[in-house]
Write a protein that binds this ligand. Structure first.
Ligand SMILES: Nc1ncnc2c1ncn2[C@@H]1O[C@H](COP(=O)(O)OP(=O)(O)OP(=O)(O)O)[C@@H](O)[C@H]1O
Ligand SMILES: [Mg+2]
Length: 343
């Protein structure tokens, strides 16, 4: 039976698409990227997806473009997502072993009906027998193994690459939530902008990402660390290497970090006061790659008074949790965000 239809869960992230095979509890991850032909009679045809497309970044001429087809948690380019799923799913699920599986897809809660239907139809075209859309916050709660029935409420922050969601989850209900279509990739933009303005240096996104991971912090640090960054000098136009310090990086990131903190605070302000004691006891759990930003836990603790922890393996929690909604006898979705509602 299993050979014929292992259930899958997909987390269509802006930076990474994760496919979780429920029966085997494995998750595969590949960049949410496709390579598309730009010229000729076949313009628009997708020639590579995932890791293969990422390998082409910076190595193609004008004839091939590598594009991210998911933006702000929604499908920005339908044909590209279709192709990405068609190319990815057999690979993720063990080469043709899965025939017409049931597929759960984790989606942000602010998708419009049209955007939800686009996700659903794309996954059906990729070969699903049935599609269940699961709000990412509920998927995260399941992935974190929080109590399902009448347990205490928890606060969850999912800081992805292109979306930020924070919500108060009680059982299978999202009691209060805030969502923005801006995520941790905006930290890279802030860094690039800072380095251009203050150091007259143009840097690429991979350089900004490396600086963010190494020196990025949501709090002041007195480590005195610094690193070399290579870019193009704005004035001479030639390659140049400069040093950037941790304190400069913190200054560059402060605006977007304050916006993340503001979103969490706004969500807490929307939370019914009856849940205050739950939150005080249970605190806030962070998931998503942005949760790995140094000092974010402590900064949020200082500004909200809650206990803040980063989930173990924070980028996989959502895919794993979405799969749980396909288990026999899985709790029905309290927030009513199911595939049927989208019709
Ligand atoms: N150590 C780190 N410090 C800061 N940011 C990090 C770190 N590691 C990863 N990130 C950031 O996490 C983001 C990716 O997180 P994640 O994989 O959860 O996003 P996603 O699921 O693809 O996007 P979304 O959920 O918004 O659709 C990227 O912006 C990446 O730069
Ligand atoms: Mg995500």
């Amino acid at each position: 039976m299993r050979m014929l239809g292992e259930d899958l869960a997909i987390d269509l992230g802006c930076s990474t698409t994760r496919v979780h095979v429920r029966g085997r509890d494995v998750t595969s991850s590949e960049p949410s990227l496709v390579a598309v032909l730009r010229v000729g009679r076949e313009a628009g045809r997708v020639v590579a997806a995932g890791a293969e497309a990422a390998g082409l970044v910076g190595r193609t001429g004008d004839d091939i473009a590598v594009v991210p087809p998911i933006r702000g948690g929604a499908i920005a380019d339908l044909e590209c997502v279709d192709a990405m799923l068609r190319l990815r799913l057999p690979r993720a699920s063990g080469l043709g072993r899965v025939r017409r599986p049931r597929i759960a897809v984790a989606v942000p809660r602010d998708l419009t009906n049209v955007e939800r239907r686009a996700v659903e139809e794309s996954v059906l075209r990729a070969g699903a027998r049935e599609v269940v859309l699961v709000p990412k916050l509920l998927a995260a709660a399941r992935g974190l193994e929080l109590p399902q029935d009448r347990g205490p409420a928890h606060a969850i922050l999912d800081l992805g690459a292109g979306t930020t969601e924070v919500g108060i989850v009680a059982g299978t209900h999202v009691v209060a939530a805030r969502t923005t279509r801006v995520g941790a990739s905006v930290l890279n933009d802030a860094l690039r902008d800072f380095v251009r303005r203050k150091l007259n240096l143009l840097i690429g996104d991979p350089t900004a990402e490396a600086i963010k991971r190494r020196l990025g912090s949501a709090r002041p640090s007195d480590s005195g660390e610094s690193m070399e960054v290579c870019g193009r000098d704005l004035i001479s136009g030639t390659p140049k290497t400069l040093r950037i310090g941790a304190e400069e990086v913190r200054e560059a990131l402060e605006g977007p970090v304050a916006a993340i903190v503001g979103l969490v605070r706004a969500c807490l302000e929307d939370t019914p006061p009856e849940l205050a004691s739950d939150l005080r006891d249970r605190g806030l759990v962070m998931v998503g790659g942005g949760a790995l930003l140094h000092g974010l836990d402590e900064r949020l603790r200082e500004e909200t008074g809650l206990v803040v922890v980063c989930a173990e393996d924070p980028t996989r929690v959502v895919a794993r949790g979405a799969a749980a909604f396909l288990a026999p006898g899985a709790a029905r979705l309290g927030s009513g965000l199911t595939s049927l509602d989208a019709r």
